[in-house]
Design a protein around this ligand. Structure first.
Ligand SMILES: [Zn+2]
Length: 448
């Protein structure tokens, strides 16, 4: 255990006057866990504590009856780009961006270079992240070696090294039998399989959602069926194998309907969507803004409303960011050649709060489930909970803060967002990971 770790665990944190379910509460953290939540906690007897080993420190945060306390968020779908694409992001900047966005746990996708398809890279990533003392990082191993769809990776060795799930995200597993084998193999190791659902033959070199706005822009469209055909395939396979499957970034009304019907039939399918699918539509491509190019593409208003409905009724279990940072040159080109993806981990809470809670679609409690409890459950991760004994992974958010998103303030290397300049509500002010304050009064440690 490093000295940092000892200090972190011996730091006592008292949060005063935070809003919890609308009521003012105090919360006391000891040894990285929540010790007590009460109306009023008398400051711990510091004199007595100081007689104990000298590594104990105390910190007091006064939330002033203005900041709301929530469990810190869990992202089960992010691209941190290391190893191989450090021009776009690396583990340090990715995790700094994560804690800036209120995330205490992040699962990173394996489409790096080399691909995260073996235990050595898994170990490297875990070690690198642990040395940073930011958010906890959980790697997702590849389904196939090199993500080339030909041979299965060694799920057991990757799991033993720290992988929490498998996915070839960024690419579909094109061959249905390969996916069948992967789901069967993952079942043996009790590992979730995240499927990036995209039938490449149906994409047919399209770059935007097929419809009015693509036509108006002269851009080649992608039928929604490209996503839905694969969602249907994974559901059929999960049913046939009596196992589970997790569907990444659901973006269409039809995909949500397939998941809803499957759940009603008792098939063990779970699903996530991302903030851009309920906060934006393909209207954003009208000025050829390559920051709005993402895969699956931004869809129509009808799809956007269907995604919100699916979040409301539990069809979609989780909000993930699909944080996909890129460097300038990846986006500063013709729309057809621009890279897919949005740098989204620092705007996820504000977009979710604005478009789901402030709009009246769901409660804050439900949003907290979608961003923390449910994703943690799907990947079997320990998340923060607002109860004594729980891991002290917490955020304090200001839900009255209204401001404009400013990409230049991102800690991510990726400034690629179509939401720059958009007015949103909801700001992460503090992020606490295992009792350690990593974002303090709006500023991430190391960026004071
Ligand atoms: Zn994907």
């Amino acid at each position: 255990m490093s000295e940092n770790k000892i200090i972190e665990n011996r730091t006592l944190v008292l949060i005063k006057n935070a809003l919890l379910d609308g009521e003012k509460r105090d919360l006391f953290i000891e040894n990285g866990r929540i010790k007590k939540i009460a109306k009023k906690i008398v400051e711990p007897n510091i004199a007595a504590l100081l007689e104990q080993p000298d590594l104990i420190r105390t910190e007091v945060i006064d939330a002033g009856g203005k900041l709301t306390l929530l469990p810190a968020f869990v992202d089960i779908h992010a691209h941190l780009r290391e190893p191989g694409f450090e021009g776009k992001e690396d583990i340090k900047t990715g995790l700094e961006a994560a804690v800036n966005g209120g995330y205490a746990a992040v699962c990173c996708m394996p489409n790096t270079n080399p691909v995260i398809d073996n235990e050595y890279i898994i170990r490297y990533i875990c070690d690198r992240a642990n040395s940073l003392n930011l958010a906890k990082l959980y790697p997702i191993g590849a389904i196939t070696r090199g993500m080339d769809g030909q041979l299965l990776a060694d799920f057991g060795k990757m799991r033993d090294a720290g992988a929490v799930a498998v996915s070839d995200d960024g690419k579909p597993v094109a061959n249905a039998n390969m996916m069948r084998l992967a789901m069967e193999y993952a079942k043996d190791f009790d590992m979730p399989v995240t499927s990036h659902c995209e039938d490449i033959s149906l994409v047919d070199e399209g770059v935007a959602n097929e419809g009015y706005h693509a036509t108006l822009s002269g851009l080649k469209g992608i039928t929604r069926a490209a996503e839905e055909v694969n969602v249907a395939r994974e559901i059929v396979l999960a049913d046939a194998l009596n196992t589970g499957v997790h569907i990444a970034h659901v973006s269409t009304k039809g995909a949500a309907r397939l998941v809803r019907d499957a759940k009603r039939s008792g098939i063990r399918v779970t699903a996530e969507t991302c903030p851009h699918y309920f906060a934006a539509t393909d209207k954003l491509i009208l000025n050829y803004d390559t920051n709005a190019k993402v895969n699956p593409p931004l869809r129509t208003e009808e799809d956007r409303l269907a995604i919100i409905e699916a979040l409301k009724d539990g069809t979609i279990d989780a909000i993930a960011t699909d944080h996909a940072p890129h460097q300038k040159s990846d986006k500063a080109c013709e729309f057809n050649f621009a890279a897919n993806g949005i740098s989204g981990i620092e705007t996820a809470y504000a977009l979710s709060y604005t478009y789901l809670v402030k709009s009246g679609a769901i409660t804050l409690k439900k949003l907290s489930e979608l961003m923390t409890d449910n994703p943690a459950k799907i990947f079997k991760l320990e998340a923060g909970k607002l109860e004594a004994g729980a891991l002290a992974n917490l955020v304090l958010v200001d839900n009255s803060a209204e401001y404009k998103i400013d990409k230049n303030k991102f800690l991510s290397k990726g400034k690629n967002t179509p939401f720059h300049g958009l007015t949103v509500t909801g700001q992460v002010v503090y992020t606490i990971v295992a009792g350690k304050i990593v974002k303090r009064n709006g500023v991430v440690a190391g960026h004071e």
